[in-house]
Structure formats: structure tokens, C-alpha cells
Ligand binder design. Structure first.
Ligand code: TZP
Ligand code: MG
Length: 219
């Protein structure tokens, strides 16, 4: 199989839904099914923060969501937890700067998708060199979905990463909703990643569908 190509990665990043049970009051499986029906292109299981599951419960939900993704042809990425990613034979892993390093993660994940969160140019350059398939940049705008979120960067950080010659696909994250997608994409992002705009919407399906309509201008 080999590593995912840059072009394939860019397509998957268009509407990247990140989610864990702590992000909803609804049934998690239902939220993910609706998000997929609405047109998400990639899924990350991020069971983290207040009210999140751990241990066997976390694994059980991961397996259910992975199966839903598999049935619908959506790659299933695990946040932080490399042991779970390996155990489930997930399609990929997403790590932050505080997690296992990208070099080590690449060794353990083989050719699977590897995403790395970056905040500074140096972090982005290092992650790219160490084998990241994509970079998550943000928080672009203020977010309530990450306890330890750094100060928002604004969309111009994406333009800056591009200017510095970083060729790795980039996805913006943090506080992204229908009304600021255009700003993020025009700054040079390959896609958007979203928690609340889908997970906290009255209808995750309609929200994902509306976001997808907007992002279709950039396919
Ligand atoms: N990393 C940076 S911001 C963020 C993460 C995981 C949370 C994004 O969530 P939301 O609800 O789309 O702002
Ligand atoms: Mg992390």
C-alpha cells in the first residue's frame, strides 16, 4: 500500500470531523452516522477532557465508531492513544506536541496516516521532516472544546506556514463554523476540522451538510 499521497490526504482533509462522547448529549454512534450522511471526509476519535470515557468503555466506543466509519469508507483516526490505534488497526493517529514524538509514532504506525498538531513554524517543519502526513494548525479562532488551548492564531498563520515553504497538507482547527470557513480556506488551508459546529448542532446531519456545501467551493 505505502504512505498516503499528498493529493489523497488533501481530499480527506476537506471536512474533518473530530469527536468523542464528551462532545455530545446525544448517542455518539448517531452523531457520527449523521455527520457521515452529511458529508464528512475524515473522522478522528478524540475521547478527551471532562466527561470522557477511559479504558474498556473508551475501547468499546472506539470499535463501534470505527465500524461505522469502515462501512462508509471514512478513514478512522485515533487521537493521542497510539496503543489503541495499533490495537484497533486504525487508519491513522493524530498527535499533539505533548504526545509521543512524530518520529517514534511513524515507526510504530508504519504507513498509516499520521497527523501532528503544530502551533509554531518550527513545530511544523519538524513534524513534516519526521513524517507527518498532515498538520493541524490552531486554534485558529477561540474554542471551548480544548481545555488547554493556546491563544487563537487567526487564519493568517496558515498563510505564514505556506510562505515558509511547508508543503505538508494543512488543516485549520478551532472555532470554525459555516461563517468563517471562507477565511480559513482563503488563507491556504486544505480543509477544516470541526468539533462543535457538528457535534453540538441540533442536527449534526444538517450542520455537516451545510459545511460540506461551503467547502465544495474549494474541492
Ligand atoms: N485543537 C485545537 S482547537 C481544538 C483542538 C482539538 C478544538 C476544536 O474544536 P471546535 O469545537 O471545533 O472549536
Ligand atoms: Mg494530543
Amino acid at each position: 500500500m505505502g504512505r498516503i499521497t499528498r493529493a489523497e490526504m488533501i481530499q480527506y482533509l476537506k471536512l474533518y470531523f473530530i469527536f468523542g462522547s464528551q462532545n455530545t448529549t446525544q448517542l455518539p454512534e448517531q452523531v457520527v452516522k449523521e455527520a457521515i450522511a452529511g458529508g464528512i471526509t475524515l473522522f478522528q476519535y478524540r475521547e478527551k477532557g471532562e466527561g470522557s470515557k477511559a479504558g474498556a468503555e473508551k475501547e468499546e466506543l472506539a470499535r463501534k465508531l470505527q465500524e461505522i466509519c469502515r462501512q462508509n469508507g471514512i478513514p478512522f483516526i485515533v487521537n493521542d492513544d497510539i496503543d489503541l490505534a495499533v490495537q484497533l488497526n486504525a487508519d491513522g493517529l493524530h498527535i499533539g506536541q505533548e504526545d509521543i514524538g512524530a518520529k517514534e509514532a511513524r515507526k510504530m504506525m508504519g504507513d498509516k496516516i499520521l497527523g501532528v498538531s503544530a502551533y509554531t513554524i518550527d513545530e511544523g517543519l519538524e513534524a513534516a521532516e519526521d513524517g507527518a502526513d498532515y498538520l493541524g494548525l490552531g486554534p485558529i479562532y477561540a474554542t471551548g472544546s480544548k481545555d488547554d488551548a493556546a491563544e487563537e492564531t487567526g487564519p493568517q498563520v496558515i498563510t505564514l506556514f505556506r510562505k515558509m515553504g511547508i508543503k505538508t497538507p494543512i488543516v485549520g482547527i478551532g472555532g470554525i463554523y459555516e461563517d468563517n470557513i471562507d477565511e480559513v480556506m482563503k488563507s491556504g488551508s486544505d480543509g477544516i476540522s470541526i468539533i462543535s459546529a457538528i457535534a453540538s448542532a441540533p442536527s449534526p446531519f444538517e450542520s455537516a451538510r451545510n459545511l460540506k456545501k461551503r467547502i465544495e467551493n474549494y474541492l
